[in-house]
Design a protein around this ligand. Structure first.
Ligand SMILES: [Fe+2]
Length: 205
């Protein structure tokens, strides 16, 4: 039986602008980036273990498979979440223009209502709050996540990823998550988000 071998991947480079954010320190970003590198290493390690395992063996211990497969979702979730997070920071924040302005107003009423909803979602979450376009619903939602692998929904494309794990803000804000969330909004790069809306061809109808 031939094995499916998975390619190893490398972490994306950190954009230099992330080291000069307003209200999120260089030290916090550098520590956060190390965690992201860890998710990439873990993904590569787990896929290597799965490549080397004989899952058809009668002696296979399914609890081992379970542990690997659960950890794989955590690692890949951590990669995807942080690649969005790092990519769309480094801007000037404020209100979006272009397609995102239209989509947020269409689906939340106003940009302020979207921001209030995402803030409340982020305050209520244990790990993440995302603004995602749900292709089945045909609109944007602010979805809540706890860990890297809970609770994304199928067939939705995240466009904003707000990390509220303590590791994202404790160094700068201790337990003051609300101030960190304000800093997150102040550093959003709407041009990046609008670029995703265009490249994913999210309908603006
Ligand atoms: Fe994080």
């Amino acid at each position: 039986m031939s094995l499916v071998l998975h390619e190893q991947i490398a972490p994306r480079a950190l954009k230099p602008s992330l080291l000069e954010l307003d209200g999120i320190s260089r030290a916090a970003i550098e520590a956060h980036y190390k965690l992201y590198e860890g998710y990439v290493a873990k993904r590569n390690e787990i896929l290597g273990l799965l490549d080397g395992a004989n899952l058809a063996s009668a002696n296979q211990v399914y609890s081992d498979v379970r542990a690997l497969k659960v950890d794989l979702t955590f690692a890949i979730g951590g990669i995807k979440n942080h690649e969005i997070y790092f990519e769309h920071l480094g801007g000037d924040g404020g209100d979006p223009d272009g397609l995102m302005r239209h989509l947020l107003a269409r689906d939340f009423g106003t940009v302020d209502a979207w921001r209030a909803d995402l803030t409340a979602t982020a305050m209520a979450a244990r790990g993440w709050a995302w603004t995602a376009y749900d292709w089945d619903e045909g609109r944007l939602f602010n979805y809540l996540g706890d860990a890297q692998n809970t609770f994304p929904v199928w067939n939705a494309t995240p466009l904003v990823a707000l990390d509220v794990y303590e590791h994202a803000y404790f160094l700068d804000y201790q337990t003051d998550r609300a101030s960190y969330i304000e800093a997150f909004f102040a550093n959003l790069d709407w041009a990046v988000v609008n670029g995703w809306v265009g490249s994913y061809q999210i309908p603006a109808r």
